[in-house]
Design a protein around this ligand. Structure first.
Ligand code: C5P
Length: 230
């Protein structure tokens, strides 16, 4: 494997912590994922500072709103030139098509990745939000929609990688959070797997957050993750 597929989720509210962490682990990761916690405290200015670290950036803001609002927000995101950014596939085909068209118009290289079901969800949590069927059925359905509407990839848990890869092969990039090695705490993730297995199953990108960022030595933890998939 040439490219390191590990994107570390830098989920912190402090720009200083983020930059310190990135500096420490950068030799062992392939990119940095910034999400809602970072963005709602450090904003666009924070993203620009992280971008100066020259690692590929995954801006994970999981857009979900009416098509016009999402389109305008995505335009702002694309100007930051992340390698990846996310939308909820459940926002529907009109919302997604607006985004895919915008990307084409702007000739943007940013890959649009569709969130299928959150990895903190399990079959029991589906009912309470009015979704019928199992997590895996819904992941397959939403992956179909992502492909049909022209998205570049999807996010799913390690449990669904094989199904999605069997169905779509290289037509959809598969981005996988919920990565935990045996000794790691699962935190709020319900559907987890080791980095090695996730890559074996066909994940293109794996997202690892707390097992690296909360470790006594984030650098050693990142190194161990990287070595485990070499
Ligand atoms: O700390 P941990 O490894 O659980 O972090 C996982 C990261 O992946 C978090 O930033 C979370 O927001 C993100 N994520 C997820 N499940 C999804 C999409 C993104 O856990 N379906």
């Amino acid at each position: 494997m040439n490219k390191n597929p590990i994107y570390c989720a830098i989920d912190t509210s402090s720009i200083d912590n983020a930059l310190k962490l990135i500096d420490e682990i950068s030799p062992h990761i392939g990119g940095v994922k910034l999400g809602l916690e970072f963005f709602t405290s450090c904003g666009v200015e924070g993203v620009e500072k992280v971008a100066k670290c020259k690692l590929p950036l995954f801006l994970d803001l999981k857009l979900y709103d009416i098509p016009n609002t999402v389109r305008k927000s995505l335009k702002n995101i694309l100007s930051l030139e992340p390698t990846y950014t996310t939308l909820h596939v459940s926002g529907g085909s009109d919302m997604i098509r607006e985004c895919v068209n915008l990307k084409k118009q702007l000739n943007s290289f940013t890959k649009l990745i569709g969130v299928t079901m959150l990895t903190s969800f399990e079959d029991n949590s589906m009912n309470e939000v009015g979704i019928s069927g199992s997590v895996s059925e819904n992941v397959k359905k939403l992956s179909h929609l992502a492909l049909d509407t022209g998205m570049d990839g999807i996010v799913c848990s390690p449990m669904e990688i094989k199904d999605v890869k069997n169905m779509f092969g290289s037509k959809l990039e598969v981005v996988v959070p919920g990565i935990r090695n045996q000794t790691d705490n699962n935190d709020d993730q319900k559907r987890t797997l080791s980095a090695k297995k996730a890559i074996e199953f066909g994940a293109d990108v794996i997202v690892v957050g707390r097992p690296i960022t909360s470790a006594d030595s984030p650098r050693d933890a990142a190194k161990i993750f990287h070595q485990s998939i070499k």
